[in-house]
Design a binder for this molecule. Structure first.
Ligand code: ARG
Length: 467
């Protein structure tokens, strides 16, 4: 709630000309965004320096005023960075906090900075710059996660594990191949990030309130100074667009969904029942009551962060839905969603990269599990097609009978005596035992993108070169 009720009644210094009294305390509270948009201070100051420099270059303000403005803005930047800046809620947002301080520092020249601009294009600029930097950071973090998986894949290109469908043992695969599945997923996330950077790489500043401006500004100059490819082309769209934020959140939601699947697998794999991996002490926690426990809390929290990120995406889509063009104050609610999702995503990627690098893989447990559950049944069927000339459907039927027999005897397929197999189909010879091992099964799956170690190594080489 508002801390003080008296000060707020004074008229606003930015638009006081039109107002006889200041806002109600509740008005101030609902209106202020400084509590969260102060995060945009560096972008705000960068944008203002580029704007003032352009105004002077175009002869709209004097070089002298521009110098004062730039000097003052740099002073404010160091004040904020060193924690010596007092943010005021009465000044509503980062833009007005900076401008008011500038007036205190340099006097009347500060009043010229807001020529040919509005907070509408200013906030669009600051937020775009912030999201662009966050996307660049996300790209790097995903590259780190991909690298961690490539290293584990290389190490385990030959380690056999059960592949699952419906979380039921399906066919043997290699752990390296499974790791490479995540490389593909996070690789797609990374290319979505790259596309999003291209999409948002247009400078909004100079759209002004919504209609552009009568001052002879140079929007190409500010675009270039701020590292954008070009200026946006429609001033109305520019101040009403938040697609760049929604794209960030969509990408975060998809990446978060991928991370949650990995998190779930780590939770399952690290149970004593599976025992496929052991998490390092650095990435697990103990129990305050059960001394034997080692819990995958980080993986569980990564799984949960996905919920927050999805919430942010739905929130911003809902905030923007049905808004008339151009700017509406609803749009101020965009930032917290993006900030929160960005923090969650960064943490989730960092935690996963650490876990993947640190976890110990129990190849013996994986191999033992790979051989159970009749995982090489498809190999037997394929052998019958290849060596005995059976149509696949018939081979499937014959194999089904062999599985049923093994099940009734409580043994593996490879443990059935040849006489049993021949009783099911006379063309089966002892050569069949060559394909019933899990190693033979994975080695045979050399189709492009398949699980054979040779193929996994080819995919690793592809991704190493791709980075
Ligand atoms: N704090 C505002 C926001 O985040 C800045 C833009 C305000 N513009 C306005 N016309 N009230 O959206």
């Amino acid at each position: 709630m508002a801390e003080n009720n008296t000060d707020t009644k004074s008229s606003n210094q930015m638009w006081g000309g039109r107002f006889a009294s200041g806002p109600d305390a509740i008005m101030e509270e609902i209106n202020a965004s400084i509590g969260f948009d102060k995060k945009l201070f560096a972008q705000d100051i960068r944008g203002s320096i580029a704007h003032a420099t352009m105004l002077a270059h175009q002869g709209i303000i004097s070089a002298e005023d521009k110098d004062k403005i730039v000097h003052g803005l740099n002073t404010i930047l160091s004040e904020i960075e060193s924690g010596n800046f007092e943010f005021s809620r009465q000044l509503e947002d980062i833009h007005m906090n900076v401008e008011a301080r500038l007036a205190t520092l340099i006097g009347p020249a500060a009043g010229r900075l807001h020529t040919a601009r509005s907070r509408n294009d200013q906030v669009a600029l600051d937020f775009r710059l912030w999201v662009k930097e966050e996307l660049q950071k996300t790209e790097q973090m995903l590259t780190g996660l991909i690298a961690a998986f490539l290293d584990r894949a290389e190490e385990h290109a030959e380690s056999v594990m059960p592949g699952f469908t419906h979380l039921q043992t399906a066919q043997p695969v290699t752990f390296g191949h499974h790791c490479m599945a995540y490389v593909e997923m996070f690789g797609r996330d990374r290319s979505r990030v790259r596309h999003a950077i291209e999409h948002l790489d247009e400078s909004p500043i100079g759209a002004a309130a919504l209609a552009g401006t009568g001052y002879p500004i140079d929007r190409h100059m500010t675009a270039k100074a701020l590292g954008f490819r070009e200026p946006t082309r429609n001033s109305i769209d520019t101040v009403s667009d938040r697609d760049f934020a929604i794209e960030f959140l969509s990408i975060a939601a998809i990446a978060g969904m991928h991370l949650s699947r990995l998190a779930e697998e780590i939770v399952i794999w690290s149970t004593p029942q599976f025992g496929f991996v052991r998490l390092s002490d650095a990435f697990s926690t103990g129990s305050s009551i059960m001394p034997q426990k080692k819990n995958p809390d980080a993986a569980e929290l990564v799984r949960a962060k996905t919920g927050r990120i999805n919430g942010s995406l739905v929130a911003l889509l809902t905030i923007m839905k049905g808004l008339p063009l151009a700017y509406s104050k609803d749009m101020q609610e965009d930032k917290e969603q993006v900030f929160d999702a960005a923090e969650s995503l960064e943490l989730a990627i960092a935690a996963m990269t650490g876990m993947v690098r640190d976890m110990t893989v129990n190849t013996a447990r994986m191999k033992a599990a790979a051989g159970s559950g009749y995982s090489t049944a498809t190999d037997l069927a394929d052998w019958l097609v290849r060596e005995a000339g059976l149509p696949f459907r018939d081979a499937h039927h014959v194999t089904g009978r062999a599985v049923a027999l093994a099940e009734s005897k409580g043994c593996d397929l490879a443990e059935l005596p040849l006489s049993d197999l021949q009783a099911i189909h006379p063309d089966i010879t002892d050569k069949v035992y060559d394909v019933l091992t899990v190693e033979a099964s994975v080695a045979s799956r050399k189709s492009f993108g398949g699980t054979a170690p040779s193929e996994v190594r080819r995919q690793i080489a592809f991704w190493r070169a791709r980075n």
